[in-house]
Design a binder for this molecule. Structure first.
Ligand code: ATP
Ligand code: MG
Length: 421
C-alpha cells in the first residue's frame, strides 16, 4: 500500500463526540494545548470508538518532548521506558500514556539490529509519527479542538471495510518488531477486523522471528491476547499461523498428544471469554495453568513411575515445566506460585475424608483449582464424580460437611441444658 496524504473527517462523518473521551484525558490534552503544544487522542481509542466499542484507555500523542511533558505536569508525571520513552501522566487517580510524536530522521536515539528495532526515541512530526505506528486502524488522531479525525494512512476506510493491514510492507514491519504478529491476531480476534492476505502471508513466512522478542514482553502480550474477550478465536489463529509452537514448544506437543487436552484448553478459553463478557475477574494464572498442565501431568506421571509420591512428583514436574518455559516466556514468580498451587490442589481433591478436606476448602487458591477440576471433568468418570463431590460439599452447612468427611465419628451430643426452675 502507499502512504496516502492527510484526510480529515468531521463529526458527521466519524460520529465521535467529545463526551466519548474520558474527562481526565480531555483535561490532560487541554493543559498541553494551553501550553501551545499539539495534543491528540491516538491509537486504540479512536479505532474502538469508530467501531462503536468502548475504549479501555485513551492514549495521547503530542509534539512536547518527554522532558517538556514532565515540566508541565511535574509530580503528576513519570517518565518511563528505555526502548520507547514516554510519559505517564496521572489525573484523578487515573494514568494516561502521553507519547511524543516519533520521527523518521536517521540520526538520534534509535537502535536497529538486523532490521529489529531495539530502541526508538527519535522525535518528529505527526505525519511521521503516523507511519511509524503498526496498523492503519491504529494511526488515527482525534483532535478535540476541532472535533476532527486525522487520517494519514487510510485507516478510516480500512475500518469501514473491516480490514486490518500494516502501514508499509508487512515483512519489514514484522521483522522490525515481531510482537506486531500477536497484536494482529489480537485485533482480528477482538475486533473482527480481517488481516489482509499479505499480512497473513508475512506471518506465515516470519513466525520464527517471535523467538527474538524479550521473554518478559512476550508474556505481557500473551496475557493481553488471552484476555481480549475472544481468547478462543485468538488461540485458533495462533495455532493456524504457527506461532504457538515457538512460544510453548513442548507444551503444545503435550496438548496435541491427546484430545482431552485440547478439550481442556478449549473449555478454559471459552470460560475466560464468558467471564470477561460478564465483567468477572480473570487471572493469567488460570489460563497458563491450563496451557502447561498436559506437560506437567506427563512429567509428573514419569516421576511417579520412578518412585516419587503424587505430591512430590507434581512439585518436581512444576519445577521442570517452569525451567523449560523460561527460555521462551518469562512467567512472573507470583504467577508460577499460583499455577503450582492449582496443580498441587488437583491431587489434594482426591482426599475426600478427614481434616485435609477442610484444609483444601480453606486454601487460598481453592476457587481457581476447583474451577480447573471442573474443566477436567471430560477426562474420566472419576474426575467428573470428584468434581460433583466438591461442588456438593460447598453447598452444605459446616455440620453436614463434618458428617460427610468424618462418617465414622458419632455426631457429638451436648447434654441438654437443664431448664431453670
Ligand atoms: P488496546 O489498548 O486496545 O490494547 P492499542 O492499539 O491502543 O490497543 P496500545 O498497546 O495501547 O494498543 O498502543 C497504543 C498505540 O501505539 C497503538 O494503537 C499503535 O498506534 C501504537 N503501537 C503500539 N504498539 C506498537 C508496535 N509494536 N509497533 C508500532 N506501533 C505500536
Ligand atoms: Mg491503548
Amino acid at each position: 500500500m502507499t502512504i496516502s496524504n492527510l484526510q480529515t473527517y468531521n463529526q458527521s462523518q466519524h460520529g465521535i463526540s467529545c463526551e466519548d473521551i474520558f474527562p481526565s484525558a480531555r483535561a490532560i490534552m487541554t493543559k498541553l494545548l494551553d501550553h501551545n503544544y499539539k495534543a491528540y487522542i491516538v491509537g486504540g481509542a479512536v479505532r474502538d470508538l469508530l467501531l462503536g466499542q468502548h475504549p479501555k484507555d485513551f492514549d495521547i500523542a503530542t509534539d512536547a518532548t518527554p522532558e517538556q511533558i514532565k515540566n508541565i505536569f511535574q509530580n503528576k508525571c513519570r517518565l518511563i521506558g528505555r526502548r520507547f520513552r514516554l510519559a505517564h501522566v496521572y489525573h484523578n487517580r487515573e494514568m494516561y500514556e502521553v507519547a511524543t510524536f516519533r520521527g523518521v530522521a536517521q540520526e538520534g536515539d534509535r537502535v536497529i539490529n538486523k532490521g529489529h528495532i531495539l530502541r526508538d526515541n527519535v522525535f518528529g512530526e505527526i505525519d511521521q509519527d503516523a507511519i511509524r505506528r503498526d496498523f492503519t486502524c491504529n494511526a488515527l488522531y482525534f483532535d478535540i479542538e476541532n472535533n476532527n479525525v486525522l487520517d494519514f494512512c487510510g485507516g478510516f476506510d480500512d475500518i469501514n471495510k473491516n480490514k486490518l493491514q500494516f502501514i508499509g510492507e508487512a515483512p519489514k514491519r514484522i521483522v522490525e518488531d515481531p510482537v506486531r504478529m500477536i497484536r494482529a491476531i489480537r485485533f482480528q480476534a477482538k475486533l473482527g477486523l480481517i488481516m489482509t492476505d499479505d499480512l497473513c502471508q508475512a506471518i506465515q513466512n516470519y513466525h520464527n522471528t517471535i523467538e527474538t522478542v524479550s521473554v518478559a514482553r512476550l508474556f505481557d502480550e500473551l496475557v493481553k491476547l488471552f484476555h481480549c474477550g475472544n481468547a478462543f478465536k485468538a488461540f485458533e489463529l495462533m495455532n493456524e499461523l504457527n506461532l504457538f509452537k515457538h512460544i510453548f514448544p513442548q507444551a503444545i506437543k503435550a496438548i496435541n498428544g491427546h484430545k482431552n487436552n485440547v478439550t481442556l484448553i478449549h473449555n478454559a478459553l471459552k470460560s475466560t471469554d464468558s467471564r470477561i463478557k460478564q465483567n468477572k475477574s480473570v487471572t493469567p494464572i488460570f489460563l497458563f495453568a491450563c496451557f502447561l498442565w498436559p506437560l506437567a501431568l506427563e512429567k509428573s506421571k514419569k516421576l511417579q513411575q520412578k518412585g516419587s509420591n503424587q505430591y512430590e512428583a507434581m512439585n518436581k514436574a512444576a519445577n521442570e515445566v517452569f525451567a523449560i518455559s523460561r527460555k521462551q516466556l518469562a512467567i512472573p514468580k507470583i504467577i508460577q506460585i499460583g499455577i503450582r498451587n492449582i496443580w498441587l490442589l488437583q491431587n489434594r481433591f482426591n482426599f475426600t475424608r478427614g481434616k485435609k478436606v477442610f484444609f483444601t476448602l480453606d486454601h487460598q487458591r481453592f476457587r481457581a483449582a476447583y474451577d480447573f477440576l471442573l474443566l477436567r471433568k471430560h477426562e474420566s468418570i472419576e474426575i467428573k464424580e470428584l468434581g460433583d463431590w466438591w461442588t456438593n460439599i460447598q453447598t452444605l452447612s459446616k455440620n453436614k460437611q463434618r458428617d460427610m468427611v468424618f462418617p465414622n465419628k458419632k455426631p457429638s451430643k451436648k447434654p441438654p441444658k437443664k431448664k431453670a426452675h
